[in-house]
Design a protein around this ligand. Structure first.
Ligand code: FES
Length: 149
């Protein structure tokens, strides 16, 4: 069963020093940080809501918008760029019918770009749910996506 914010607060005994761990658990459970949960967290930890938001917006791993079930990261760093990363991004945008940074209306996929995944020799690289796919071509995008549809 999906953890609720109440479960998460209880797990860390409402200890304000554990707020990042709590936000990580909430992000993992709901794939984003819903506003009502952040409000409840602020009250339970007795800290200002603005402070909760400051932390939530500081870390790139946290999202205030609902994210898709599958997160697709296209590397657009220099090495991947010169090997055609933008054509792969274009193909993903075309197939998913969303722009970079968006989530499909069925909440299945979120499309994002990153600047270097540290696997330049494999470029162009696409990472889906932490799984690396190297030497990507636009023609391989369809086959890749089939695994997640
Ligand atoms: S530039 Fe893409 S992995 Fe480094």
């Amino acid at each position: 069963m999906e953890k609720t914010i109440k479960d998460i607060i209880a797990k860390y005994s409402a200890d304000p020093s554990q707020i990042i761990a709590m936000l990580q658990d909430l992000q993992a459970a709901k794939r984003y940080l819903p506003e009502e949960d952040l409000r409840e967290l602020a009250v339970a930890l007795e800290i200002p809501l603005a402070k909760v938001y400051r932390i939530a917006t500081f870390f790139k791993a946290f999202s205030l918008e609902p994210k898709g079930e599958h997160i697709i990261n296209v590397c657009v760093g220099t090495a991947c760029h010169v090997r055609g990363a933008s054509r792969i991004l274009d193909e993903l945008e075309r197939q998913l019918q969303i722009a970079n940074g968006e989530t499909t209306p069925d909440q299945k996929f979120s499309l994002e770009t990153v600047n270097c995944l540290g696997a330049c020799a494999l470029g162009p690289v696409v990472v889906v749910d932490q799984e690396y796919h190297g030497d990507m071509t636009p023609g391989q995008v369809d086959k890749l996506m089939e695994n997640y549809r």
